[in-house]
Design a protein around this ligand. Structure first.
Ligand code: XBP
Ligand code: MG
Length: 239
């Protein structure tokens, strides 16, 4: 039978990218006096690079933004890390102000899984503080304890589309991929979960609906009523 569901966070639990992460990146750029602006379309392009620090690095290399020509190679990673810390501060405060709700059906599905004694876990590339802030601000202070495993950020070497974070979470759960399913919103996320051997339900959003979801068990608009997303997998042979 199904033993655990592993959830991605950004774009899956909540639409955090456009009105959350993007806004926080821009606020950090402003705070550090950088004349950079990631508008909605540019951010959509930058999303192909997962991880905030990796995304900033890619932007600097490929878009040659002003104000960073004096940074040498050795200084770059630590400069990006400190810029990214400022971004995390802005992002967390945005969530603490209740800025981002869960997507439709997410709270219900999490409750249904808990009622059915199916474990729930998180597998994300985002920073752990961001996950904590999102769960607390949407599901309440106690909700962190509902998750058997929270895999986030830099604890594994390869971010999505590498499977590392799913391998890590499965290992922590003590379960095989065949006993679990993943819920994702993006092609990078799906590549990651499939590479870890997980059957995957995709809920698309505005940034991801045009992406390639070949290999997904199911592609849905969202987890909202009146659909019963996991019923479709009933015929599946879980061990
Ligand atoms: C999410 C991400 C994250 C966020 C930013 O990917 O790529 O990097 O955009 O978070 P996924 P940080 O949903 O596939 O896990 O700035 O904390 O890295
Ligand atoms: Mg995602």
């Amino acid at each position: 039978s199904l033993r655990a569901v592993l959830f991605d966070v950004d774009g899956t639990l909540a639409d955090t990218e456009r009105d959350g992460h993007r806004v926080a990146f821009n606020a950090a750029f402003g705070e550090l006096g950088l004349d950079w602006n990631w508008d909605i379309d540019l951010y959509g392009e930058l999303l192909k690079i997962t991880g905030g620090k990796e995304r900033i690095h890619y932007y600097m290399k490929n878009y040659a933004p002003p104000g960073t020509d004096r940074l040498d190679r050795d200084g770059l990673d630590s400069w990006i890390a400190s810029l990214h810390k400022v971004k995390t501060k802005h992002y967390v405060s945005l969530l603490e102000q209740g800025g981002i709700p869960l997507r439709p059906g997410v709270a219900r599905v999490i409750q249904d899984l808990r009622d059915a004694n199916i474990k729930i876990a998180i597998a994300t590339t985002t920073t752990e503080e961001n996950v904590t802030a999102l769960l607390k601000s949407t599901l309440g202070e106690d909700s962190l304890g509902w998750f058997d495993v929270i895999g986030a950020g830099d604890i594994v070497p390869g971010k999505k589309p590498e499977p590392d974070i799913y391998h890590w979470a499965l290992e922590q759960l003590g379960l095989s991929a065949q006993q679990c399913i993943a819920v994702e919103d993006s092609e990078n996320g799906l590549r990651s979960s499939l590479a870890a051997g997980l059957d995957t339900v995709v809920t698309v959003n505005d940034y991801t609906r045009v992406q390639n979801f070949n290999g997904a068990a199911l592609v849905l608009s969202d987890l909202g009523e009146p659909t019963q997303p996991f019923a479709v997998l009933e015929g599946h042979a879980f061990d």
